[in-house]
Design a protein around this ligand. Structure first.
Ligand code: ZN
Length: 383
């Protein structure tokens, strides 16, 4: 194991990962004690990933024909788009989410596909939603915002749409899109974290979405990071998403605003003194405009983010974390503290290569693009 840790190494000799480089120096290199390449640099198998990746890309090229529709079902809106094989959105349409009734959601999906399908020849449809899908992409096991419980949605939609349909978890779809067309291109071991009201998690490993034995992997937001901490929607206490999410940022800002601290003056002024209306987005905007208190609040969230990423690195050892979701508009104000906290908490630091942490590239359309592309790739493998 790499958990040799740095306890025996004088602090001055400990190596801090240099984020922005894929692989790290060894402690010895840093201290000028040795110029010998680190063991992982000498290993031939270390580069095997890129050869594997080339073969995945070759396979995927075979499927690069035809257009697909991607549909992202959120708690408030349903976004759909025609996506080409390069991940470009050719046209878009939107509807409000029609409550939680599965049949009403199906009708909206059919409407959107008919509307977009008039001007384009569509081969397949990919649908991304929060929740758990079975490994086959045919049945929604559970969706938190919709009344889908063990719903064989694909079979009924394929009948209605007369095209192949694939169901995907929204975080999985976004991760796939970032791997194919965004910030994760070229990385064989990718972990994607989506920071919104909570935390969405997904992995793309060796050219496929890794979903675990039962299709429900990636619930990173519910790792307990503070036993006995804030109550989470999942029922547990102290989940990571209660500390590193847009909701967490909003909650901490409201607490600060109610504290009567002079630091919170600008925050309160921005919401006309109504502390209860402060959200993560309000704090992010103020931070970007230079407000010190808001910047500190985001820095705190960034530190929690980095700590959780270090835990994930200990378990999964990815080459890259891609950070997406609404909170990413804070940019470096969020990611820099996360990188520092990650470097401080990474197990075996100083004696191992470290993952990079980068912002997502595709923005809020990543889920839609990924769902469309997954349906195209799945269609090819079934053919
Ligand atoms: Zn939880």
């Amino acid at each position: 194991m790499v958990s040799v840790a740095t306890h025996g190494v004088p602090a001055g000799l400990r190596w801090k990962p240099r984020m922005g480089t894929m692989y790290a120096q060894s402690a010895g290199e840093h201290a000028g004690l040795s110029r010998k390449p680190a063991p992982w640099r000498r290993s031939a198998s270390f580069r095997a990933g890129s050869r594997q990746r080339d073969s995945f890309r070759t396979q995927l090229r075979l499927g690069r024909r035809g257009l697909a529709i991607g549909i992202d079902i959120g708690g408030t809106k349903v976004a759909a788009g025609v996506v080409d094989a390069e991940g470009r959105i050719l046209s878009e349409a939107r509807r409000s989410t029609p409550g939680t009734d599965p049949r009403a959601v199906e009708r909206v999906i059919v409407e959107l596909v008919e509307e977009l399908g008039r001007a384009h020849r569509i081969r397949s449809v990919g649908i991304g939603a929060a929740g758990w899908m079975d490994l086959d992409g045919g049945t929604v096991l559970f969706s938190p915002h919709l009344a889908w419980r063990n719903e064989p949605l694909r079979a009924s939609l394929q009948q209605l749409l007369r095209r192949p349909v694939l169901l995907a978890n929204d975080a999985d779809a976004a991760a796939w899109a970032e791997w194919r067309f965004g910030a994760g291109q070229g990385e064989d071991r990718l972990v994607c974290i989506t920071l919104g009201t909570g935390i969405g998690g997904a992995m793309v490993m060796d050219g496929r979405v890794e979903r675990g034995r039962f299709g429900v992997a990636g619930e990173f937001g519910h790792q307990v990071i503070m036993p006995g901490g804030h109550r989470c929607e999942c029922g547990n206490r102290g989940c990571w998403e209660q500390y590193a999410s847009g909701n967490a940022l909003g909650r901490e800002a409201r607490i600060l605003a109610r504290s009567n601290s002079p630091m919170a003056q600008d925050l309160l002024a921005a919401v006309d003194g109504r502390a209860e209306t402060i959200t993560g987005a309000v704090v992010t905007d103020l931070a970007l405009a230079g407000d010190t208190a808001s910047r500190e609040l985001i820095e705190e969230v960034g530190e929690w983010l980095g700590l959780g990423l270090a835990n994930l690195a200990a378990a999964l050892d990815p080459g890259l974390f891609v950070i997406g979701g609404g909170l990413c508009s804070a940019g470096d104000l969020l990611v820099e503290p996360a990188r520092k906290a990650f470097a401080r908490n990474l197990t075996g630091r100083g004696f191992r290569p470290a993952a990079e942490i980068e912002l997502a590239a595709l923005g809020p359309n990543a889920g839609l693009i990924g769902a469309a592309d997954l349906s195209r790739v799945a269609g090819r493998s079934r053919a």
